[in-house]
Design a protein around this ligand. Structure first.
Ligand SMILES: *[C@@H]1O[C@H](CO)[C@@H](O)[C@H](O)[C@H]1NC(C)=O
Ligand SMILES: *[C@@H]1O[C@H](CO)[C@@H](O)[C@H](O)[C@H]1NC(C)=O
Ligand SMILES: *[C@@H]1O[C@H](CO)[C@@H](O)[C@H](O)[C@H]1NC(C)=O
Ligand SMILES: *[C@@H]1O[C@H](CO)[C@@H](O)[C@H](O)[C@H]1NC(C)=O
Length: 597
């Protein structure tokens, strides 16, 4: 998928930037050797050289620079890169959008918008009228008419998402054609179209992809007056509720060549959570995540059917196999929602954003890790809770639990200690992981469940006083795990001076613009790599500490460049231009071609 970048378009200031980053990196790598604590390294690898995380970081720097080298600074280049990557003319309004990227000093790299095209592709395969009608009659819709955005739908007793998204769209609605953006009001994604059907729809999209000669291209939308006047009844899809195992619905969307294909849901979860044996996935390098995209894919990890709350018992479940248009803040890679930035990223609520405090300098931080949050992830029952991702994470970081496991050489209900054949560790060998966590980790659930719904949990977890984000930022490490869907704190964590460590199965709008091992540290959804990552990065004053400081700083600076409210606005603006074109009767001839005339 990677196109080689063209040296001619590499501006000198980028080159300079590259040299600075490269020099920094070489400095930190060479310094590393001097500081090498043999005892803390996997024996097999230390004989051969650098820690695997160093290699992954070097690759990440290279990947980042490779993408940045494709930055567009003028409209002609931006439009040309669009045509090259998308195989179509840009949508009408592209010029005004481009101008807004300039006005906001945004970094425009075409690849950062790939998500939009992955999400929209199957919708090109649907009959246009059907599509437009379904979007128009949905229960909650952000409607743009005559340059004004309005939120349409009953939001009584609901979170203010419709309002937050409407407000964002209204900031640029004046530059949009009429468009309907139907939104998913549930935490959980709802569309799971079987694999073969999606493959057919995507194939249809490929057939529609064309660049007609400029004189045949129009910038005139027919618009939505037709569907507004028709007063159609809302379309009612067939919904599957909580009686169904979500896993079974989900794997129907996996390709026949994937390990999860045909694997059935677990019915009885009462046994301890089962860790995959000697788990060394293709997407990892010496046990550390190398391909972040693949690490989010349940089709590659059949064990997730009993290691993630979404597949065990989601709090709410209402899902369909039909392709209907819905926009939402997160989804599994298998889902068919169209992603927009999560509404929680648009609030000023300090609970999610951490407010304006981003934390002290690295050297002033506690060398440790902190986590506070709800015991969410799914509906807790005495027979299932120990399979949930958050419960696993908190138990793995609980020094009492781990010390007890080390002393008695037994497993916990929630996890097994990682395989020493994959992760060599002196702490592990000496049975000192628990005593190390006692100093290092400050974690706990703020809230276990609604009253009387989980009497079985307090013997395993203590409700722990919450800690404002600003105080959490006094620690170096911030692990982040999915709740009922994506964790809405990630953007706040990215903007902090601390280092986020993240495992997830939920895709988000920003995935194509963040580089793991440069902007944050990725974790496997089993968390089997957790101790090894912390053992390296948490090595105070050693090379790992410098690596962590480097990523924390790079991540924070990058978040201030590409995860701003302006960037979320530009993403949704670009998406709605595409969506409006896709919904228009003229969709095959609509385009921006002024640069070619
Ligand atoms: C709006 O939703 C609330 C809460 O679900 C409900 O009580 C109310 O009847 C709804 N209003 C309308 C106009 O449908
Ligand atoms: C990473 O994994 C994804 C999804 O499995 C795959 O499409 C992609 O080609 C992989 N990338 C690399 C660099 O191997
Ligand atoms: C779970 O609770 C039910 C009753 O609420 C009880 O009968 C059962 O033994 C419990 N199971 C476990 C594994 O604790
Ligand atoms: C840690 O585990 C012990 C034993 O399972 C439990 O009693 C304690 O409440 C846990 N601590 C937290 C903060 O959950």
């Amino acid at each position: 998928m990677l196109k080689r970048w063209n040296l001619r378009v590499w501006p000198s200031r980028l080159l300079l930037r590259y040299l600075v980053v490269a020099a920094l990196f070489v400095f930190f790598v060479t310094n590393y050797t001097a500081w090498d604590h043999i005892a803390l390294l996997p024996a097999r690898l230390s004989a051969r050289g650098p820690h695997p995380i160093q290699k992954l970081m070097a690759d990440a720097v290279a990947r980042h620079e490779e993408l940045l080298a494709k930055r567009s600074y003028d409209l002609e280049t931006a439009a040309a890169r669009y045509r090259e990557r998308r195989g179509r003319h840009p949508p009408p309004g592209f010029d005004r959008w481009f101008q807004a990227t300039v006005d906001h000093d945004a970094i425009l790299v075409e690849d950062y918008f790939d998500r939009i095209y992955k999400d929209l592709a199957p919708f090109w395969g649907l009959d246009r009228e059907v599509l437009v009608n379904r979007a128009n009659t949905w229960d909650w819709v952000v409607r743009v008419r005559n340059g004004i955005a309005n939120g349409d739908g009953n939001t009584t007793d609901r979170v203010p998402w419709l309002q937050l998204w409407t407000k964002l769209v209204d900031e640029f609605a004046v530059h949009l054609p009429d468009v309907d953006m139907p939104i998913n009001y549930m935490d959980e994604p709802r569309l799971l179209v079987p694999h073969d059907e999606i493959a057919k729809l995507v194939e249809k999209e490929q057939k529609t992809r064309a660049m007609p000669p400029p004189n045949r291209v129009t910038s005139k939308y027919i618009g939505l007056a037709g569907v507004d006047a028709s007063h159609n009844r809302p379309y009612r899809a067939r919904w599957y509720g909580t009686k169904n195992a979500y896993w079974n619905l989900a794997v129907a969307a996996c390709g026949p060549d994937t390990p999860a294909y045909g694997v059935k849901a677990v019915k009885d979860f009462s046994a301890p959570a089962e860790m995959p044996h000697d788990w060394q996935p293709d997407y990892a390098y010496h046990g550390f995540i190398q391909n972040w995209t693949a690490s989010m894919d349940p089709c590659l990890q059949p064990h997730l059917r009993q290691l993630h709350g979404s597949f065990i018992e989601p709090l709410s479940l209402s899902t369909t196999k039909e392709l209907i248009p819905l926009f939402g803040g997160s989804k599994l890679m298998l889902n068919n929602e169209i992603l927009i930035p999560g509404a929680m990223y648009l609030t000023d609520d300090e609970f999610y954003s951490g407010g304006e405090s981003h934390g002290p300098e690295w050297s002033q931080k506690r060398n440790g890790l902190v986590w506070r949050g709800d015991a969410s992830g799914g509906r807790s029952r005495n027979t299932t809770w120990h399979h949930f991702q958050r419960h696993r994470l908190i138990d793995m970081l609980n020094h009492t639990t781990v010390s007890r496991m080390e002393a008695r050489r037994m497993r916990a209900k929630t996890f097994e200690l990682p395989s020493p054949s994959i992760y060599h560790s002196s702490r592990r060998a000496w049975g000192r992981v628990g005593s190390w966590l006692r100093e290092f980790a400050d974690v706990g659930f703020v809230h276990l469940c609604p009253p009387n719904e989980c009497d079985f949990l307090p013997q395993f977890f203590a409700e722990t006083p919450s800690k404002p984000m600003s105080e959490q930022y006094e620690y170096k490490f911030l692990p982040d795990a999915d709740g009922n869907s994506f964790s809405a704190r990630f953007r706040g964590f990215m903007r902090s001076t601390s280092l986020p460590l993240k495992a997830t199965i939920y895709a988000e709008w920003h995935d194509d613009r963040l580089i793991p091992w440069l902007h944050f540290a990725p974790l496997d959804n089993t968390f089997q790599d957790l101790y090894a990552v912390l053992e390296y990065l948490g090595d105070n004053d050693g090379p790992g500490d410098r690596a962590a400081a480097f990523m924390a700083q790079q991540g924070q600076e990058w978040a201030e460049r590409v995860l701003r409210r302006e960037d979320m606005k530009l993403y949704v603006w670009r998406l709605l231009l595409e969506w409006a074109r896709l919904c228009d009767e003229n969709r095959d001839t609509l385009g921006y071609v002024a640069d070619l005339l």
